[in-house]
Write a protein that binds this ligand. Structure first.
Ligand code: XMP
Length: 434
């Protein structure tokens, strides 16, 4: 391993992630572990230069104040306590308010006391991971469900670099992808990166299963279950696969609360695959935050659009074609979404707005086209900003941009005679309509 590491021990703080971020931001790698890590486990971690005991409001568990194993103090590692408790080490007495103050507060400990080197960067990360993946996988084969989302794309690129054709990617096109999305997965991974990619066009199958289903939750369930079924069928056709790669990232793990940050990765069954299809996991992004995943993608040479794409729900356009999905409305969602994306990019809004898309409801309104009455669908535009998707505010898009988009949708998209802009923040509305 190339990077020095500062270990954060979770003593009931809700700010572990913030602290790890601050340390990584000053260029030193950092991981979070539970308070009850043993001296042996700590010693087994590579390149540990120092330890921060991160106490906080959840320090008392079932009436007892949790503490670290006292033998940790005997390891001779520099230690810092990030709350004013009676540890035998340096203290940060008050928790800094801003991210900048936090970085300044940990800097002397990290660099002066621990003598850590600021060598955390994506080039080193990629080199380390390539080596680790090769060690873990040997000459065996690895399977990956490649959706084209940021995480699975970066995992694919990393594994292709490490083991080339030993990686088998399966891309399932469920027919609810955005315009050009499946094509771009094939272009980037098969044509440019020469990956072993199995492309499954399951559009008809998904649309068949979804026929007449109007309830949003039911639609989600069908899409999720069918996805696993298609992936399972492909996996069964392949021989000699021992590993399953996954785009698990650090927030998925550390957000699960105190005392639960996992120390040892276990082999578990994933994504609802049946018992007899158990694989060992390869999770090379396990310790990365989202922005680091993107930086890793850039380092690996993935296209900017793929690495910086906006969030896209698993059920895809299926939850934006409201009610029971029909081909003509799905087409209207896909085409209007493509126009919206194109015009947002031209106006520079693609870099500013967190998520933007179109929705086509399952009712019609009256209009006039070519001097005749028409009865067609509306398209609703949604563009929102948010930090964590729990709340969201509406982007105040300039009128000329909205008018241009409206004009294009009305001219270019079939079966549509009206365009609306959704002005609702979350709450009361959610970001998606279903
Ligand atoms: P809501 O509509 O709940 O959306 O305000 C919050 C964020 O979650 C995304 N979303 C989903 N993502 N599967 C996903 O992978 C889903 O079923 C799903 N539903 C909503 C949504 O796009 C937004 O970013």
């Amino acid at each position: 391993m190339k990077q020095d590491m500062i270990v954060i021990l979770d003593l009931g703080s809700t700010e572990n992630t913030k602290l790890a971020r601050a340390i990584r931001d000053i260029g030193v790698y950092s991981e979070i572990y539970p308070h009850d890590i043993t001296p042996e486990e700590l010693k087994a971690l590579p390149n540990v230069k120092g330890v921060i005991l991160n106490g906080g409001e959840n320090r008392v568990v079932d009436g007892v104040e949790i503490d670290v194993n006292p033998d940790l103090y005997e390891l001779g590692l520099p230690m810092l306590a990030a709350d004013h408790h009676k540890a035998k080490c340096e203290n940060i007495v008050t928790w800094p308010e801003s991210e900048e103050e936090l970085r300044e507060a940990v800097e002397p400990f990290v660099f002066d006391t621990c003598k850590a080197e600021a060598n955390w960067n994506m080039k080193n990360f990629v080199e380390d991971q390539v080596e680790l993946i090769r060690q873990q996988v040997g000459d065996k084969k690895v399977l990956l469900a490649l959706s084209g989302g940021v995480d699975s794309s970066v995992v694919a690129a990393l594994l292709i670099k490490a083991i080339g054709k030993q990686l088998v990617c399966v891309h399932v096109n469920h027919g609810l992808m955005r315009k050009g999305e499946s094509e771009s997965v094939v272009e980037v991974f098969k044509n440019q990166m020469d990956a072993n990619l199995i492309y499954v066009d399951a559009s008809e199958r998904f649309l068949g299963k979804l026929e007449g289903v109007a309830d949003p939750e039911q639609k989600r369930k069908i899409i999720g279950a069918e996805f696993i079924r298609v992936f399972e069928e492909e996996a069964r056709k392949l021989e000699g696969i021992d590993f399953l790669a996954q785009g698990t990232i650090y927030p998925d793990i550390v957000e699960s609360g105190t005392k639960t940050a996992k120390v040892v990765k276990s082999h578990h069954n994933v994504g609802g695959l049946p018992e007899d299809l158990q694989f060992s996991l390869v999770e090379p992004l396990y310790y990365l935050f989202k922005d680091e995943v993107r930086a890793c993608g850039v380092e690996l040479g993935l296209p900017h659009d793929m690495v910086y794409r906006q969030p896209f729900p698993g059920p895809g356009l299926g939850v934006r074609c409201l009610g029971a999905i029909t081909r003509e409305r799905l087409e209207a969602v896909r085409e209007s979404d493509a126009i919206l994306r194109e015009e947002f990019a031209k106006a520079g809004l693609d870099k500013k707005v967190w998520q933007y898309f179109t929705i086509v409801p399952d009712f019609k309104s009256v209009g006039v086209k070519d001097n005749a009455r028409c009865f067609e669908y509306p398209v609703i535009i949604r563009a929102v900003n948010t930090i964590d998707a729990m709340t969201a505010s509406v982007e105040q898009v300039e009128w000329p941009v909205l008018l241009k988009i409206t004009d294009r949708i009305l001219k270019e998209v079939k079966n549509v005679n009206r365009v609306c802009y959704d002005m609702s923040p979350k709450p009361c509305a959610t970001i998606e309509w279903e």
